[in-house]
Every structure is written in structure tokens, then in C-alpha cells.
Write a protein that binds this ligand. Structure first.
Ligand code: ZN
Length: 427
């Protein structure tokens, strides 16, 4: 299959800005980016790009897809109350069927808002895997290990390992796996040590929550005499690739440690605001050499999976936190939502840019709406003006998942109806 995307405003990489170009896709990969009108040869499909913006697909570096079930269920509560009194009890009622349908619901929203790859941590992950396989996205999936008591350690690790062994490389390589001790406050040193050993053996990254709240970091200091970042470093956790979600309460020394070990941070601005966790020092981390990606977190604490909105918020919050409007300029925000996310998920060589040889994951946004006029700077318009609903075409590995805002792989009406029905049991 040879596809031409003709005459779009193209952002091959955020640092290269916007150019008017023809983009050729052959099979699963980009075959080239040419000045408009110069892509030659025969094409099986031509997608008209005039008046549209073509960017690398958005990468959501931290989410819990089936939590779409809990959107609107427990609002305006403190994190501990929200998690321990509302979310965790509701999660005990989950079944594989419910997880499957709400994963599909999340995937509908992801495609509609231009996400092409994501890192997900939850339970019943086989169901999430099945849903991803059908939807056509790329994902780094992991079973979330929560082992607050010693008797939970072995069964939890076994579940995580079995899932990773079975699903890593599934869906023609679109699915990869990670190991996920949920956080330093839900998993003790034995869990971490064993997870690191397994990650080395299976060549998998770790995906966890780190320094999300002030309370959690203070409690950790009291229990161990050091903060969670230094604690994990000393346990050897950073010897393997790591995605650390949040990192709101990190010190300058922590930032140095994260940068030195190439730890990727998944910054989740909406979730941090909604749960009043704080504002992460994003610009200090980027300047300090940390790979800062962006995540939505679960839809219960966001409440959307819209990476375009999340990118905007990340750019704005970074400026407030740094007290500098020059912090996190638009190209840097786009980089965090694409290239840095791809690197966090372990796909740095293949994803995050529109260039020859890269996997053809890209998104076309319609710039025709009034809110994009007059169009002085399409890249700034994307970061500061757009929302996910402006996305009209989504491609993953050369497969079109949405075109003309019509989903091609999922039956949206059926999924929404089934989810509304299943949700009744959780009220
Ligand atoms: Zn999370």
C-alpha cells in the first residue's frame, strides 16, 4: 500500500518548524517528505492535506485506560479519600468484561483526539491488550503491582510476569510490555528488587508512579530516611529504562539523579491539578536533561484522555512554575507530547518524527475552523489553540484508524451504548 498525504502543513519534528510538503507512506513506514507537488510515482490512496496540519502522533506516556469507567464517579475529593474510599472499593467490583469495554471506550477517545501510542498500567491487562489489538494503536502495557502486605508480593509479581511474557511483542509488535510496581508507597524493597531483576531478564522497562504528593514523599523520608528518588536509585531501579509518572515533588538533586539515569518522567498536569497534588518543575527537569513526556493519567482524575489539551496545559503550567513565559515554548511542548513520549515508551528510533524510515504514525488536524484564523503560526496554534476534536485523520503504522472523523477500526456507537449499560452497576 502506497499512500500520499498531499500538500499539508507538516511538522516533521517540532524543532524543524512547519513546512508545506507531500508525505509518502509505504507499508508501515514513511517513505519520504517532499516539497509539495514533488512526490512522484503511483499511489493506492491520496489524502488531501491542504489547509491541514500533519504532525507525529501524540504519545500518552501515562494512563489507566479502563478508568474511563470512573469518569465523574467520585469528584472533588482528596487523593487519599478518592483512592482509598472510592476508587479502590469500586475497582474490587471490576470484571474482565467491564475492563475490556471501558478500555475500548478509552481507545475511541484516544483515536478521536490523535493519540497513536500510550503507556497503560492497570488490572485485567489481557482485556486491555485485546482492545488495543482491535483498535490498532500502539501501547506499552503493564499489570499494576500493588503489594502492601508480604503475602501479596509473590502472587502480584507472578501476574505481572505472566502478562508481560505473553503479550510483549503482540499485535505484530504494536504491543510491548513493562513491569509496574505501582509506586514506592505501595511496593516495598523486595518487590522493587525482584521487578528490576525481571526487567533485566526480560529486557523490559519499568513504569511506576513517583513523588506524586507531598504527603507521600514526607512519609517515605520518615520511613526510610531518604526521598523516593534516591531510594529507588540505591535499589538499582534506574539500571533499567523507567517511566516515572508525576514527579511533582522532586528536588534539584532528584532531577540530577533522574537525568543521570535517563529516567523518563510522565508529566500529568490535569491530574496533578485536579487532585491538588502540586505543579511539577517541568521546565527545570527539561533544562536539567530529563526526558519529560506527557500523560493524561486515568480518566477518573483528568477527566479526558485528550493529549492536545494536556500539551497545552503542560506548556502553560511550566511557565507558571518557572515564573517565566519563555519556559516550555510551543515546539518543546509538542516535543514532549510526541518525540519524548516515544522515547519514554522505548520507541525512540521508530516513532516521534515524520521522516523516511520512521513508522508511519501521524495525525492530521483541520486548520479550517475559525479558532485557527488567521494562521500566523500553525505550531503555536496547535499547542495553544487546538483541542483533540480538531483531529480528523489518524494513522498508525500506515493503517488509517480514523478518516474524515469516522472511526475505521472500532464501532463507536456500540461501545458507548455497552459502556453506559455496564456503568449502572457501579453507581
Ligand atoms: Zn497514574
Amino acid at each position: 500500500m502506497r499512500i500520499l498525504i498531499r500538500g499539508a502543513a507538516v511538522v516533521p519534528k517540532p524543532e524543524e518548524g512547519v513546512l508545506s510538503a507531500d508525505v509518502v507512506v509505504e507499508g508501515k513506514r514513511f517513505a519520504g517528505v517532499f516539497p509539495t507537488g514533488e512526490a512522484g510515482g503511483e499511489f493506492d490512496r491520496v489524502i488531501e492535506g491542504e489547509g491541514k496540519l500533519l504532525v507525529p502522533g501524540f504519545v500518552n506516556a501515562h494512563t489507566h485506560l479502563p478508568m474511563t469507567l470512573f469518569r465523574g464517579l467520585a469528584e472533588d475529593l482528596a487523593l487519599r479519600e478518592w483512592l482509598e474510599e472510592r476508587i479502590w472499593p469500586a475497582e474490587r467490583k471490576l470484571t474482565p468484561e467491564v475492563v475490556y469495554w471501558f478500555a475500548l471506550l478509552g481507545l475511541v477517545e484516544m483515536i478521536r483526539t490523535g493519540t497513536t501510542a500510550f503507556a497503560d498500567m492497570y488490572f485485567f491487562m489481557e482485556e486491555v491488550g485485546k482492545a488495543v489489538e482491535e483498535a490498532g494503536l500502539r501501547a506499552l502495557l503493564s499489570y499494576g503491582i500493588i503489594a502492601p502486605t508480604p503475602d501479596r508480593i509473590e502472587p502480584e509479581l507472578k501476574k505481572a510476569e505472566a502478562f508481560a511474557r505473553e503479550w510483549n511483542g503482540a499485535a505484530e509488535g504494536r504491543i510491548r510490555c513493562a513491569l509496574s510496581p505501582h509506586a514506592p508507597y505501595t511496593c516495598g524493597p523486595e518487590v522493587w528488587k525482584e521487578a528490576v531483576r525481571l526487567a533485566k531478564e526480560l529486557k523490559l522497562p519499568l513504569h511506576t508512579h513517583l513523588c506524586e504528593t507531598r504527603h507521600e514523599v514526607e512519609a517515605h523520608r520518615e520511613a526510610y530516611g531518604k526521598g523516593p528518588v534516591q531510594w529507588l536509585e540505591e535499589l538499582g531501579a534506574f539500571a533499567v529504562p523507567v517511566i516515572a509518572a508525576h514527579c511533582v515533588w522532586v528536588t534539584e538533586k532528584d532531577i540530577d539523579i533522574l537525568a543521570a539515569h535517563n529516567v523518563s518522567v510522565a508529566h500529568c498536569p490535569s491530574s496533578n491539578l485536579k487532585l491538588a497534588s502540586g505543579i511539577a518543575p517541568v521546565w527545570a527537569m527539561v533544562k536539567g536533561g530529563v526526558n519529560v513526556a506527557i500523560g493524561t493519567d486515568g480518566a477518573a482524575s483528568n477527566n479526558t484522555l485528550d493529549m492536545v489539551r494536556e500539551m497545552r496545559l503542560a506548556a502553560l503550567l511550566a511557565k507558571v512554575r518557572a515564573e517565566d513565559p519563555r519556559a516550555m515554548p510551543a515546539p518543546e511542548a509538542l516535543k514532549s507530547a510526541t518525540q519524548r513520549g516515544a522515547a519514554a515508551l522505548g520507541w525512540a528510533k521508530d516513532l516521534g518524527a515524520i521522516e523516511e524510515g520512521h513508522l508511519a504514525d501521524c495525525v492530521l488536524l483541520d486548520l479550517g475552523a475559525a479558532h485557527f484564523a488567521p494562521g500566523h503560526d500553525p505550531l503555536a496554534d496547535l499547542v495553544y489553540t487546538a483541542c483533540g476534536a480538531d483531529v480528523e485523520m489518524v494513522m498508525v503504522g500506515g493503517e488509517i484508524l480514523m478518516e474524515g472523523r469516522e472511526l475505521q477500526t472500532l464501532d463507536e456507537e456500540k461501545i458507548v451504548a455497552r459502556c453506559r449499560e455496564l456503568a449502572r452497576k457501579f453507581r
